[in-house]
Write a protein that binds this ligand. Structure first.
Ligand SMILES: [Fe+2]
Ligand SMILES: [Fe+2]
Length: 200
């Protein structure tokens, strides 16, 4: 039986049968299994993202991940560094949140928080040059992951625009990315929303 050629019977969700949804569930497993491949494809696409820096956005991502690994960061934070700017193309005004949403189901909450807030923390390094408040991050002063995000931005992200740094290739990080994104996914936000809906 070729599952790829099968289609559901319905044209409205509420008219689908159990067999329809069993089919979709079986196809979804294959789709989810391809996530790492699609992320690698998207990372390669960053070579053609917005221009002007001395290295492209893929090299910036690889350099951030290389520095994270060299500083002893664990696999979740290294992969976080690798994907942290994946939103540059599709969400240029909130790219941090897009990348955080992608990685959220697969890593501890600290890593998601760091990725989600790196755009605000990053202002510390160029905000003054752009005429915006460089200390916007101060609204998170005292937060339990402030230092972690400060480290991510200060030592890895904002440092990673150097064409001469010995940046490791995407092939080096591919096994790490595959390991993280093949984990059993869990999204506390969705669970939380479901519980709220039930409560409401
Ligand atoms: Fe960024
Ligand atoms: Fe970045």
């Amino acid at each position: 039986m070729n599952m790829d050629r099968q289609k559901v019977s319905f044209i409205r969700m509420d008219e689908g049968s159990a067999a329809d949804y069993a089919l979709l569930e079986s196809l979804e497993k294959g789709h989810v299994a391809g996530l790492a491949d699609r992320l690698l494809f998207a990372l390669k696409g960053l070579q053609n993202s917005f221009d002007g820096y001395r290295i492209d956005r893929l090299q910036h991502s690889l350099q951030s991940a290389t520095r994270a690994e060299a500083d002893g960061a664990d696999i979740e934070m290294i992969v976080g560094a690798l994907v942290h700017d994946l939103g540059d193309d599709l969400a240029p005004h909130n790219h941090s949140q897009l990348a955080a949403s992608i990685i959220r189901p697969y890593v501890r909450a600290e890593v998601t928080w760091v990725i989600e807030h790196h755009g605000i923390f990053q202002l510390y390094y160029f905000g003054a040059s752009e005429g915006v408040n460089k200390n916007e991050r101060d609204r998170f002063a005292g937060h339990k992951w402030f230092a972690s995000c400060d480290r991510f931005c200060g030592l890895w992200d904002q440092m990673s625009f150097d064409p001469d740094y010995p940046t490791k290739p995407l092939s080096h990080f591919e096994p790490m990315l595959r390991e993280v994104f093949s984990r059993q996914p869990f999204d506390p936000a969705i669970i939380g929303e479901s519980e709220q809906a039930l409560d409401g």
